[in-house]
Structure formats: C-alpha cells, structure tokens
Design a protein around this ligand. Structure first.
Ligand code: KIV
Ligand code: ZN
Length: 514
C-alpha cells in the first residue's frame, strides 16, 4: 500500500497574505468549508495574534470544521502561543504552529539574536505549546538558507521538546529540487530523533519551483506538504495544492503516495477562491486554468476526439471540470466542428458539414472564439433549408393612444393542414400579434431583441424586421421584410418559430435513431 502524504492547506493564512487576496470572516468560513469538502488534512486558518480578524477566523473555522486539523500560527513568544491556543480552544483537532527564523541573515538583521538564543526560543515555544496540545508543529523559517548543521541542531531540539511536525520552509523560494532533496535527506540522516516527527515542506514560488521542490522533498522523505489553492501567497505565491495533488496522482508510477484529497472538488475549490477574492487564475494555469483541458489545434482536437489519452494526461472530470472543452477557433478542424454539432444535438449530413465548415472558417477568420450561438446561426441561416411549418395567412392589429392593442392572426399549419385563427391583446400591436401566434403554435417565445429598419426610401418604404427569440432557453433569429411593418413583424417571428420547430424535430430524430 502507498504511503500517505498529508496536505496542509495554508490558503487562509499564507495565501491570504498575497496582495488582493484578503478575505473577510464570512468568506474565510465559506472557503474553509470547501477545503473540508476537498479533504485537506490540515487547514491553517490564520495568525491569531496578528489581528482580531485573524483571531476570529481561527476560532470560527475551528468551531465549524470538525474533521481536519485546524492550525494557528504563532511566533515563539508566550503571548503569541497563548493567543493561538485561545483561538483554537474549541477545535476538535487543534494544532499550534510556532516558528522562528534559523538563517544567519534573519538572525542578524531581523531577530538580532545568536544561534544559541534562537535554539532556546524554539525549544521553549514548543515546550509551552505542548502544555496546551499534543499536536505542535515547528517551522524553521528560511530553512533553505540556514546552515545545515545548525538546522539539524534546531530540529533535534524542538523534537526533543515534543514537536510532532517539523517544517523546513523554503521561505524565499530559493532552493532547487536537488538541493531541497539533499536537505531533507540530511535531516533524516543526522537528526537522531527525526523518527518522532513528521517532516513537512513549505515552498514559495519565486523561481517557479514550488511544486517541483515539494515533490522532490516528498521523494526524500517529507510526509506533509504545505500549499495553497491556485498557488496564492506572498510574492510569487506558494506551491499550488492542485498541481501537487494531481502530479502525485498522475505520476503514481514514480511517486507512490496517497493523499486524502477528493480531486473532483479541486476545480470547485479553485473557483470558490477566485470568486471570493476576485483574483482569477491565468487561463493557462495547470489543472485549474480555463484552458487546462481546452484543445484548439485541429490535430489535437482530432486526437482527443478519437481517444482522450492522445493529448490528455488526466481527465477534466478527475478535477471536477465537467467536460473537456473543444474550443472552436481558426485552428479547429471539420472533425471538431461535427463533434460540437453532435454535442448540441445536430447530426449533419456530409454535404451539410462541408457547407458549415466553409462558413465556419470564414467566420473564424474574423472572430477569435466561436460560440454555440455562432454555430446555430451557421446552421439556421447557411445550411438547413428550414421547412415553413407555419405560414401566415393574414394578420390584423389595432393600436392607438387610448386603446389596448389587439391582434387577429390566421396561420396555416403545413403538417396538420389546418388553418387556425386566434386573437390576443397585448402591450402594443407587435406584442399582441406574437401572443396570438404563440396560441396557435403552442410555443412560448421570449422576445430578446426586436429591430426594424427601412431598406428602401419614401413613406411606402420596405421595412425589415429582425427578431431574436428564445424558445425553451435556446435562441433563434428571424427576419422578414414588407411594406407593412405588422406583416413583417409577424413573418420574422414565424421565421424564428419555424427554426425552433425544425431544431426540435431534428433532435427528436437524432434521439430516436441513436
Ligand atoms: O514561508 C514561511 O517560512 C512561512 C512560515 C511561517 C511557515 O510561511
Ligand atoms: Zn510561507
């Protein structure tokens, strides 16, 4: 059986420190619930001494999320540790996470302490924290720029005082995989009591190596990874949770480790964070970017449609993305276009597809992305010979400043060969006409857009009416021209009605033949 690697999520603490990513209490709680659903082992909910808001966030997350361990960050001072514990007091599974820097640069310029003093601060803090809880994590800030012998001494001392997790952060994103692996290997070799603690890693992404470094550390013996959703965090961010988890899952052949993450919740969590912070992930971001599963190049689309394994190393469904989107653009091929029409419920004949493809490439030269509405327009206006199921026999409408508009419409149904007349009242003559038509056809249209323009001169000018109508949430266009605007309006609407009926019929035929 594979070994388990714990996922420690610090989106609410280190992630929240990134510019533009601050969250209020209600937002933190919403995200914490989603992190719980995602299956993270630890939620680091905040740094309680930093502010009252952070304190409240830790306390509320601890009250709300009962399954994961809830961690609270603190420096090594007694006040920090007490405040962290106060915030955690109602947690089902509390963890105090205390830290102090161990690199000479930090000791000299930030802490102004000697190495001996820092070891003592670290050991005292862990001893004190252990009085509150038996789950205590110690972080050696800037570990990767610390003297390795000294780091070994610090880690030995804190484990001696009862630290159950020892974290070796790459605080400034400075290390590289081989070096990080060496540091973890050395700790395993030289820290005599290392077996009494879990080694944790925490990587920042200043050189874009956060995920690679985390994975190298796991291969060298680390069993907890600290990371954030969408990789948010200080400066260039933290190692991204979704990338780490999916790398472990996809390359299990080389990294035989389990996580408790419900990968199908990844996309939802990423979206929840983006929606809360308003900070969106770049389209080409691994795993959760908008384009992560989108194939535009014709050759790729063809391959994916035949067998997804050709260009996909994981399925979109495995991270909770509904389907791989075939993005139609100028690089798309006939195959992808056909597939998209099939997805929309249309089966085109070979000549229809040829014609559609020609119109599609013409449009794709003018437009970056082609949407379903564009494909519908190609189908409706360029390809299909739409049968005129309903024909207008006559229309009369009354309108005036002090009367309610009414309409009298007669239609012939080419399918049933019946002729039917209906009357209706409405807000204006066009609305009355459309309501009378709906009564006869049995369809309820929702008029989205109506435009009329004159296409010749004079008071007897021919007017062209263009409508955009939705039937059962699918939109159809219709147009007609006449010297009588009411007549043109009725026929434009009927044009859309006939397209809707035709589309419905084709879909029915498709489901019957399937
Ligand atoms: O980057 C870092 O060193 C940290 C510690 C506080 C764990 O965030
Ligand atoms: Zn950090």
């Amino acid at each position: 059986m594979s070994e388990r690697v714990a996922i420690f999520d610090t989106t609410l603490r280190d992630g929240e420190q990134s510019p533009g990513c601050s969250m209020n209490l209600e937002e933190k709680l919403r995200l914490a619930r989603q992190l719980d659903a995602l299956g993270v082992d630890v939620i680091e909910a905040g740094f309680p001494i930093a502010s009252d808001d952070d304190f409240a966030a830790v306390r509320e997350v601890a009250r709300t999320c009962r399954r994961p361990v809830i961690a609270a960050l603190c420096r090594t001072t007694p006040e920090d540790i007490e405040r962290a514990w106060e915030a955690l007091s109602e947690a089902a599974r509390p963890r105090i996470h205390t830290f102090v820097a161990t690199s000479d640069i930090h000791l000299q310029f930030k802490l102004q302490k000697t190495r001996e003093e820092v070891i003592e601060m670290a050991a005292n803090a862990v001893r004190m924290a252990r009085r509150f809880t038996d789950d205590v994590e110690f972080s050696a800030e800037d570990a990767t720029r610390s003297d390795l012998d000294y780091l070994c001494q610090v880690i030995t001392a804190v484990i001696e005082e009862g630290a159950t997790v020892v974290n070796i952060p790459d605080t400034v994103g400075y290390t590289i995989p081989a070096e990080y692996s060496y540091i973890i290997g050395t700790l395993k070799e030289r820290v005599p009591n290392i077996d009494r603690a879990v080694i944790s890693v925490h990587c920042h992404n200043d050189l874009g190596l956060g995920v690679a470094n985390s994975l190298a550390a796991v291969a060298a013996g680390a069993r907890q990874i600290e990371c954030t959703i969408n990789g948010i965090g200080e400066r260039a961010g933290n190692a991204s949770l979704e990338e780490i988890v999916m790398a472990l899952r996809v390359r299990k052949d080389l990294m035989p480790f389990e996580t408790g993450i419900v990968t199908e919740e990844i996309y939802r969590t990423s979206q929840a964070l983006s929606n809360i912070t308003g900070v969106h992930v770049q389209p080409n971001k691994a795993v959760v970017g908008k384009n992560a599963f989108a194939h535009e190049a014709g050759i790729h689309q063809h391959g994916v449609l035949k067998n997804r394994l050709t260009y996909e190393i994981m399925t979109p469904e495995s991270v909770g993305v509904k389907t791989n989107s075939i993005v139609l653009g100028k690089h798309s091929g006939r195959h992808a276009l056909n597939k998209k029409y099939e997805e929309m419920g249309y089966q085109l004949s070979r000549p229809e597809l040829d014609k559609a493809y020609k119109l599609f490439t013409k449009l794709a030269d003018q437009k970056k992305e082609i949407f379903e509405e564009d494909l519908m327009a190609i189908l409706q206006d360029g390809i299909a010979q739409i049968p005129e199921r309903f024909k207008l026999r006559s229309v009369q409408a009354t309108a005036g400043t002090s009367t309610m508009s009414t309409a009298l419409v007669t239609l012939a149904d080419s399918k049933t060969e019946e002729v039917e007349t209906q009357t209706s009242a409405g807000d204006g003559p066009v609305n009355a006409v459309y309501q009378a038509i709906d009564k006869i056809t049995g369809l309820a249209g929702n008029l989205i857009d109506y435009t009329v323009r004159s296409i010749s001169r004079g008071t007897d000018a021919v007017g062209e009416v263009f409508v955009h109508v939705e039937f059962e949430d699918v939109s159809y266009t219709g147009k007609a021209a006449s010297t009588d605007i009411v007549d043109a309006s009725a026929r434009a609407y009927l044009n859309a009605v006939n397209k809707a009926l035709y589309a419905k019929e084709r879909k029915l035929t498709l489901s019957v033949t399937n």
